[in-house]
Design a protein around this ligand. Structure first.
Ligand SMILES: [Zn+2]
Length: 242
């Protein structure tokens, strides 16, 4: 017991004498892991919470970095909770294979349900795995069908590529949570860790992205984009339109 108390004192002195760094923040939090809830309450714990992700989940080899971006003022219009800072290179009709660097934005720790749909560790990991890693997979696979879909007359339509890649990531996330069967639209994963609010807002986000594709089809005169609207027409989207 005495030895432990001395150890605590040493940690306290270290914290007092130095600006907070990751390792010291971890000691302040005791030996346990940093939870999502504690990272919500204490912004100093967020870099540690995010860097611990590599120990908790399987990160694909083409995701080189996942880090907390603490600057909420970098772009006031940015409503992203996570973003992929991949530097893609378009070469005429294709996309060069690229590794991903994912930034975790402060908004993902916000308690405001209108600004942020994630409110637990399980939801945090769910977005990272089913949405952000989907983008990363796409950027790593040169010549995937989605890229072929965006090439017209040998030129890549980068606006369409942005829309389709966002649609694909959002659909991937939503279709893990929902399916359409004879009863209608039904939640697939019903557990306490993934809330109903999260499931609904994720579905809405994917439907909104589909609306963006539909609007782009109307804006452009390229008939091929209408074909893509049909191709990416999801079961839940059809369900809503009935
Ligand atoms: Zn996305």
């Amino acid at each position: 017991m005495k030895f432990k108390n001395i150890a605590k004192l040493v940690v306290a002195l270290t914290l007092f004498g130095n600006p907070l760094r990751g390792q010291e923040v971890r000691q302040e939090q005791t030996e346990g892991e940093v939870t999502y809830e504690s990272a919500v309450e204490n912004p100093k714990l967020r870099p540690v919470y995010v860097s611990d992700i590599f120990k908790k989940i399987n990160v694909p080899p083409y995701v080189k970095k996942i880090e907390y971006d603490p600057d909420p003022n970098s772009d006031p219009k940015n409503t992203a909770i996570m973003q992929n800072n991949v530097s893609t290179v378009f070469r005429g009709d294709h996309l060069d294979r690229a590794d991903s660097q994912i930034s975790i934005m402060p908004l993902i720790f916000s308690k405001d349900p209108r600004a942020n749909r994630v409110h637990s560790d399980a939801e945090f990991k769910f977005v990272l795995i089913n949405h952000e890693f989907k983008h990363a997979e796409l950027y790593n696979n040169e010549g995937r069908p989605i890229i072929q879909d965006c090439v017209f007359n040998g030129i890549l339509d980068t606006k369409l590529f942005k829309i389709l890649s966002e649609l694909e990531a959002k659909n991937n996330e939503a279709l893990m949570l929902w399916e359409v069967n004879e009863k209608g639209l039904v939640r697939k994963l019903q557990n306490e860790e993934l809330s109903r609010d999260y499931a609904i807002s994720t579905l809405n986000a994917s439907v909104e992205e589909h609306d963006i594709l539909r609007a782009y089809a109307e804006e452009t005169e390229n008939p091929k984009i209408d074909e893509l609207v049909e191709k990416y027409n999801l079961p839940h989207y059809r369900f809503r339109k009935k």
